[in-house]
Design a protein around this ligand. Structure first.
Ligand code: HEM
Ligand code: HEM
Length: 183
């Protein structure tokens, strides 16, 4: 019987790791913003906004790519509930990776605060009003959803380590091809 397709495309691998690193950078940037003051602090939050909007674009591209290239199956030895659980966390990742930048963008737009993408050009603000009040509401969602994102990252990394060290299958290898493939 032909072996089912079990490789991620290079595009999927690049998008996975670029977005993963960018998400971690987001947390570091906002931490640096909160730990500093004045122009330096503003520089960090501007970078946070630019990286965040880049994540939005990359995630939309990734979803498009993912729809055109259906998911590869987890090993047949993985219990059904774990497959459903893994897929659910993946879908929630995509939701969080859209809601996070979107709420940031909505907050900046409502508050009328210009976003200059990496200092290069004005990112368009969404046509809306609401002022500081609305901006605070969007930022509250931003702060709430990120907690869910932390939970997803925790579950995801635990799942990856479980596949590698307990199930001893090739799931981690296919996302990190540098890890040797098990026979
Ligand atoms: C913020 C960080 C991360 C995010 C947002 C993220 C997101 C995702 C998403 C959405 C998928 C599903 C891909 C698909 O649609 O098929 C995925 C797959 C995967 N990720 Fe991550 N990931 C992150 C970090 C990591 C890390 C640190 C590891 C390794 C320790 C990892 C290992 C994997 C593996 C092995 C898969 C493949 C699962 C499978 O084949 O079904 N990820 N990741
Ligand atoms: C995936 C993308 C993003 C992630 C993971 C992310 C993550 C975070 C985190 C962890 C915080 C700190 C929350 C807290 O302390 O409760 C934060 C705050 C913030 N984020 Fe984002 N963010 C993203 C995108 C954006 C975007 C696109 C914008 C604006 C265009 C934005 C604007 C802000 C602002 C203004 C704050 C408040 C900073 C402060 O003054 O404390 N974020 N974000």
């Amino acid at each position: 019987m032909a072996e089912p397709r079990n490789r991620y495309s290079v595009v999927s691998l690049i998008l996975h790791w670029v977005i993963a690193v960018a998400v971690l950078a987001q947390i570091l940037l906002v931490t640096a913003h909160e730990a500093t003051e004045g122009p330096l602090s503003r520089e960090f939050i501007n970078l946070h906004k630019s990286v965040g909007l880049t994540i939005l674009v990359l995630t939309l591209a990734r979803i498009g790519w993912r729809l055109a290239n259906p998911a590869i199956a987890l090993p047949a030895t993985t219990p059904r509930w774990q497959r459903v659980f893994a897929r659910t966390t993946h879908v929630l990742f995509y939701v969080a990776l859209i809601v996070m930048p979107l709420t940031g963008w909505l907050a900046s737009s409502a508050g009328g605060r210009a976003i200059v993408w990496f200092g290069l050009f004005d990112w368009p603000l969404l046509p809306m009003s609401g002022g500081r009040e609305a901006a605070r509401g969007f930022m509250a969602v931003h702060g709430l959803v990120v907690k869910g994102l932390y939970v997803l990252i925790g579950l995801h990394v635990i799942g990856a380590l479980k596949h590698q060290f307990i199930d001893r299958d090739n799931v981690l290898h296919r996302m990190i091809p540098l890890i040797p493939r098990r026979p």
